[in-house]
Design a protein around this ligand. Structure first.
Ligand SMILES: *Cc1c(COP(=O)(O)O)cnc(C)c1O
Length: 403
């Protein structure tokens, strides 16, 4: 359940203010309505609410005022009419596919999508007759060539994990719309503070609230931001029956996280840029992937699309003569950390490092991994708010053993 926020206010203001009205107690911080059911004033009202003829809360699998506040706030920040919160980022993907696709439909996704997204759409939905084409992230002609008369959905993620490849949202929206399909964008890495895909023509914005929206590594959450009719007519009927709802407690945590999203991601991105520049000159480092660096293949596009900021996630490859040596050296860097965390999450105020080749991309064969550009020496850094000097010192402990 959502209502359109006042459009006159800046998204930064709505990030702090958009919510359901205060209760009669006048609380200043948004209330946490930790309840599964709602008492109905009378049987007639109850009947109208259940028939969908009147707004009003009935049961937690349909809606909850704290969850509504999060939905209003995130929709306002993304610039969409409405939003539907879900229990995790992956349940948002599942809700979207469940609600929009049927057997015989065709989807196009990039080969650089989040691993679980690739598996859920490419394998699980294939069991129900949904066909999927998997194309290179930045090759617009490949996206165009993959379109069939059955294509209903193009789904992109930008920047991607962990190589930070950037795709042109406006160009993909054109391809989708001329095929009569929707464009969905996973906006997890940039967040609405840096990138608002609707402004480039995207129809649906998918989020893992687990990452930058919470921002402090506390809860799982997800969301789909979309036009009001899609939320009301497509997503709501499915989530009501399928039950991938967000808990009010988690909604409240993310709601409060959104208030500081803008300043967090600006500060973390500034640190990421400084770290990327330092790593690029480091003798033990072969390559740095970061959209804010001029050496990034889609640097100009990224700067245009992401408010001139590269985001808070980068990855780098340690120098090595072989994949085996790359793995040993990457492990050496990770095992010498004394401050930062070895943790596959991202979007936290704590800096988190991960070794994609043995974790998120661990199930690929060495050949598939090479094709995906995920070397054994690759390390992902999701930059947090520790002092930059301490971040560099923590990395240098292991890197100095290589150079
Ligand atoms: C984490 C992540 C997801 C999945 O979200 P969960 O909340 O973990 O289910 C999807 N896409 C991207 C880009 C992610 O980083």
């Amino acid at each position: 359940m959502t209502s359109t926020p006042p459009k006159a206010l800046h998204p930064d203001t709505l990030a702090v203010r958009a919510a359901v009205p205060r209760s009669s107690y006048g609380e200043n911080s948004e209330a946490l309505y930790l309840t599964s059911g709602f008492v109905q004033p009378d049987a007639d009202t109850s009947a109208r609410r259940f028939a969908g003829e009147e707004d009003g809360y009935t049961y937690g699998r349909t809606s909850n005022p704290t969850v509504t506040s999060l939905e209003m706030r995130l929709a306002a920040m993304e610039g969409t009419e409405a939003c539907m919160a879900t229990s995790s980022g992956m349940s948002a993907v599942m809700l979207m596919c469940f609600a929009l696709l049927k057997s015989g439909d065709h989807v196009i996704i990039s080969q650089s999508m989040f691993g679980s997204t690739l598996k859920l759409i490419g394998s699980e939905f294939a069991r129900f007759g949904v066909q999927t084409s998997i194309v290179p992230q930045t090759d617009l002609d490949a996206w165009r060539r993959a379109v069939t008369p059955q294509t209903r959905l193009l789904f992109a993620e930008t920047p991607t994990n962990p190589l930070t490849e950037v795709c042109d949202i406006a160009a993909l929206a054109d391809i989708a719309h001329s095929a009569g399909a929707w464009l969905a964008v996973d906006n997890c890495f940039a967040s609405p503070a840096l990138q608002r895909p609707v402004e480039y023509g995207a129809d649906i914005i998918m989020h893992s609230g687990t990452k930058f929206l919470d921002g402090q590594g506390r809860v799982m959450a997800g969301a789909l931001c979309a036009p009001q009719t899609m939320v009301t007519e497509k997503f709501l009927p499915v989530i009501k029956n399928a039950g991938m709802v967000l808990s009010p407690f988690n909604a409240w945590v993310v709601l409060k996280g959104l208030e500081t999203l803008g300043i967090r991601i600006q500060a973390q991105s500034a640190q990421a840029l400084a770290l990327a520049q330092w790593l690029e000159t480091h003798p033990a480092v072969a390559r740095v992937h970061y959209p804010g660096l001029p050496s990034h293949p889609q640097h100009a596009l990224a700067m245009r699309q992401m408010s001139g900021v590269g985001g808070a996630v980068l990855s780098f490859e340690v120098k090595s003569d072989s994949p085996e040596q790359g793995r040993v050296r990457a492990f050496q860097v990770l095992d010498h950390l004394e401050v930062m965390s070895l943790c596959t999450n991202l979007g936290d105020t704590k800096t988190l490092l991960a070794h994609p080749a043995s974790t998120s991309h661990g199930k690929l064969s060495e050949t598939q991994r090479q094709a995906a550009g995920i070397g054994q020496g690759l390390i992902r850094v999701a930059v947090g708010l520790e002092h930059l000097h301490d971040i560099r010192t923590d990395l240098e402990r292991g890197l100095s053993l290589i150079a």
